[in-house]
Design a protein around this ligand. Structure first.
Ligand code: SAH
Ligand code: SF4
Length: 406
């Protein structure tokens, strides 16, 4: 798949002409989460949907079947209009329309990078904003979603970490990020049409803003919807949750979600990790690694990914690389080396390419895949760890009243 494969039904996503501003304002899209009012079906688990249908007057003996039908319309077919739900009686559709909304967060702006990466600024209830990044590659399309507005942790190299936590996202807001990008890509399945083998949105990474394991229940429920065969139907092998190392929740992630795990290691000594990833003072490297050892077995996944940001002169020596492979010995793993993405005022510099390569070679020779992540969407500040500045810039540039919610 290439960016050129993006369906033509997305007219506003043409690359901006040279010199033109790349931000496109989509205020007119009338999709939003309801402020108060009727319950939103988006975000409901099957059980919650069943209970809501009973509360709205559905006879109890029918509720399970109706919930299953509605579930498919909402999460599998992406239908927002009750009238299009043709296997439900007209009266019943009217009853549903009177009781429920099917609403997604609102896309406020969308930016297109030279490399095809798309960054969406998404408005959620309360006027807050989160960023969602879509990264097309030749054989897949990865969506990087957020779990919180801001973050309570303050990793010293991460721009999101300089922003205080505003709040956890709800299940609706997390799964809604996936759904609105499917809308934008025009790739909801069509009843009766042959199944598409390679999806435009084929992978999800919880690597946007926030620490997913500090918003466990909402993240879990959203990922269970994403993985449900009658829902968004993405394999759990195509969903990766990235954590800074919230040790007590890692077992739960394995047994209650079962997706792939990425761990932000970033250092090989506690002294350095205490500074880079301060949660290390609570759960140090040894405690973290002991917990991770069980993850593949508990979650039935092949291996875990360690993320390692390359910071010039801080954590990038040959000695660090050797210590890293000693530390993780016995854990089936791959090491993602992430060239540091700079942001204004960042206290670090990216390691030079030759240093990153030398580090990668040592890890590779020790038997671990050690891909160097190509920064994507840097021109629109969409790369890992850059996700604070853009929304703040946009917020400053736009008067607060510029995006009416209706
Ligand atoms: N809170 C979670 C997930 C979000 S951060 C976590 O920390 O794992 C996703 C990844 O981006 C993490 O590995 C994080 O360490 C990395 N990251 C943060 N800031 C970065 C930056 N400026 N450059 C490169 N990677 C960064
Ligand atoms: Fe939070 Fe992750 Fe950034 Fe650390 S790296 S501040 S945990 S978002």
């Amino acid at each position: 798949m290439t960016p050129a494969a993006v369906p033509e039904a997305v007219p506003v996503l043409q690359p901006a002409p040279a010199g033109a501003p790349v931000t496109q304002d989509l205020h007119t899209i009338p999709r939003r989460l309801p402020e108060g009012g009727r319950p939103n079906l988006v975000g409901m688990t099957r059980e919650a949907m069943r209970a809501a249908l009973i509360a709205a007057g559905t006879p109890e003996r029918q509720a399970k079947m109706r919930a299953n039908q509605l579930w498919q319309w909402v999460y599998h077919w992406g239908v927002r209009d009750f009238d299009a739900m043709t296997n439900l009686a007209k009266d019943y559709r009217a009853l549903l329309a009177g009781h429920f909304d099917i609403a997604l967060p609102q896309i406020v702006t969308r930016q297109l990078s030279d490399d095809g990466t798309r960054k969406y600024l998404v408005r959620i209830e309360g006027g807050h904003e989160v960023e969602v990044v879509y990264i097309p590659e030749s054989d897949r399309g990865t969506l990087c979603i957020s779990s919180q507005v801001g973050c309570t942790l303050n990793c010293s190299f991460c721009h999101t970490g300089t922003q205080k936590l505003v709040r956890n996202l709800t299940t609706a807001e997390i799964v809604g990020q996936i759904m609105l990008v499917r809308d934008d890509l025009g790739e909801w399945p069509v009843p009766g049409a042959p199944k598409v083998e390679t999806r435009l949105l084929s992978n999800i990474v919880l690597m946007g803003m926030g620490e997913p394991l500090y918003n466990f229940e909402s993240v879990r429920d959203a990922m269970l919807i994403a993985m449900d065969g009658e829902g968004i139907a993405l394999s759990r092998r195509r969903i990766t949750l990235s954590t800074s190392g919230v040790v007590p929740e890692i077992h739960r992630a394995a047994t209650e979600i079962g997706c792939q795990l990425a761990v932000s290691l970033h250092a090989t000594t506690d002294a350095v990790r205490d500074v880079l990833v301060p949660i290390n003072r609570k759960w140090n490297i040894q405690t973290l690694l002991d917990t991770i050892r069980d993850y593949p077995r508990l979650s039935n996944s092949e291996r875990v990914t360690f993320e390692y940001v390359m910071l010039d002169g801080v954590n990038d020596s040959d000695e660090d690389a050797r210590r890293l492979v000693r530390l993780i010995r016995g854990i089936p793993a791959k090491i993602n080396l992430i060239p540091f993405n700079e942001w204004p005022g960042a206290p670090y510099r990216r390691s030079p390419p030759a240093r990153i390569q030398a580090f990668a070679d040592i890890v590779y020779k020790a038997g671990y895949a050690s891909p160097i992540r190509t920064p994507r969407g840097e021109d629109i500040m969409a790369a890992c760890g850059q996700l604070k500045s853009a929304s703040e810039r946009a917020r400053r540039a736009r008067p607060a009243v510029a995006a009416p919610l209706a």
